[in-house]
Each structure stands twice: as structure tokens, then as C-alpha cells.
Design a protein around this ligand. Sequence first.
Ligand code: SF4
Length: 360
Amino acid sequence: MRKPRESSDRSRTLSGFLAIRTPFPRARSSNGLPDCLSTFRRLFGVTPDQAGRNLKSSVDQRQADGQLGFRERLVCFRGVMQQLWTRRIANLSFAPRIVPNMALETLSPSRAGDFKTCPQLFRFRAIDHLPEPTTVYQARGTTAHLALQRLYDLSADQRTPERLYDLFREAWSELRTNEEFTELFGSVEDERQWGLDSLALLANYLRIEDPAMVEPLARELDMLEAIDDEIVIRGILDRIDRLPDGRLIITDYKTGKAPPELYAMPAFFALKIYALLIRRRLGETPAEVRLIYLNGPTVYRIPIHASQLDAMERQLRALWKAINRAIEKNLFPPRPGRLCDYCSFRDRCPAWAPAEILAG
Ligand code: SF4
């Protein structure tokens, strides 16, 4: 277990939340492109465009001969990165793009849910791999998951509320210097408040269950299971418990606000897939899946039966086929709905672009 770091002047400004020595977020360019270009120039002495032109003929030839070297691969990769940045900045994403000739290799429960909800959203995430802005809510989710995972590394008598809060502080101390998180907060006070709100969420969690009474079978379980020769599902399961009566329970932590029960059912879709994967791995049907919304707190649970998992297996086969058909035809129709209000890609989504362009 990692030791807490030393306190410093900065600890006073984050008092009540963090007591660590960590530099303020580094100053960065507003869009990242200059950093990307200067790194490239420093590495190779030329711009990505020049490198691309210089190498194109020899790369083509050597690629055909199967002799592409590491340096050339790296240059090509950097060139692609530069193009991506340029496209992002120029906001040219409305232009139709060709989906590379690819077939699905693995599918995660989350991306399966995306395709069901909105094929265009699936494309943005799983095919185009477009970056999404990191939010304070995602930072909270990542940090809370890490703290809860580590809590259950400890013996039952050590799983106290204070230890959980410390684990959250330690986890954030490690994560906050990651590039994706360094520009999240406008001020130290914002970060401090975020930290205190996060600790309040963890206090909510402790109202739901006593960690000393839980003995998880596994946490953050990396699952990679083949449904058949073609279909491979990959995902990370938050937690699975074996209750004293022998039943298996799958748990998913959510740090966002709980939807009304009526709208919670789609959130169970991914959990039912995990239940299916567990059945394939352990040869046993979990008894229940449950969603713990720390913000509330609220717990939603549904019992699981073998017939539900049989149906899920059929549904996954159909979904896999539908996704491959969509890839083949490059057809990912947008399906506007409530989710659009929270979608990171709304400004480039065909369902919304015309109205916005007209308005602009
Ligand atoms: S904005 Fe709405 S329709 Fe467009 S991709 Fe996002 S969820 Fe789908």
C-alpha cells in the first residue's frame, strides 16, 4: 500500500481534502497542437508534413517489401497524430469520412450499450476513437473506483471510513498530475470543494453497506470471454461477491446521479452482459446484479435467471451482426434522444449539425 506523501504549503490551500506535495497543473498550450508539432520537430528535425513527403516513396516501397522500420512507423504515427489534431482544431468533422475496412475484434458492454442507444455515438467512440473532454465527474468516478478497489485489498478490520477517505486522497494525489486531469479545475478552491464533495459521496456509500461485512470474490475484474468463435466480449467488472448463502452478486458503482427507477433499466444492460460472462467463466448464474449510485445514495437491483442470460446471449449475437453490417456499409444512423443533452459529440453529430450550422 502506498504511503501518503509529505505535506507542504499547498496542503494548506487544500485543507480538509488533500495534504500532499504536488505541483500546480503545468501551463499548456490551449489546444495541444503546438506541443505535438514541437515534440515532433525536436525528435525528427522536420515537420510531420516534410517527414511524410520525404518518406512516402521509400515507406511505400519498404512496406510493400515488409521492411518498414521502427523510425518510419513512428514518423507515420506522428503524422497521423498531427492530422488528427489539425482536424480537431479546424472542426472539419462534419465531412464524411471513410470507415477503414475492419471487422469487430472485441466488444465491451459499454460500447454494446452505445450501439443500442445510438449507432452514431458508437461510431464516434468505437470506430473513430474521438477523444471526449474529461470532466470533474469522470475524475471523481475514476478516483472513487480506485479507492474502493483498494479498500477491499485491506483486511476487514482496516476498512474504516477514515481509511476509505485516505485512500481517495491518495488515489487523487496520484491521478491529478495525469495529463487528462491537470486542467480540470479553475482554482485550488474548486479542486478542494470537488474533493470534499467526493468524500461526501463516499460517506453515502458507507450508509449502504459496511465494508467490513463484505468479502468480494474479485474487484475490477478484467474479463475477456469468447461467446463463440467470432464474438469476444471485453470489459472490467467493478465487483463480484459470494454471499454467505453461496449466491453470486455483481455490483457496479456509479458516482453520477441516479436516474428515476423507470429509466434505470438500460443501465442494467451492461451488467447483464457481465452476468453472462461470469456464467461462462464460472459455470454459474449470478443471482443478482445491482447498481450502487453513491450520489443519493440509491441502490437498484434485479434478480438474474438463466433464461435472461440465454436471451442476452442471443441479443449479443444479433448486435454483433448488426455492428459488423454497419461497419461494412459505413452506416451508423444517429438516434437523437435524452442522451443528446449529455453527449460530447453533439457539435459534430449529423442529427444536430444542420440546425447549428443554420443558427451559426
Ligand atoms: S448527439 Fe445524440 S444522436 Fe448524436 S451521437 Fe450523440 S447521442 Fe447520438
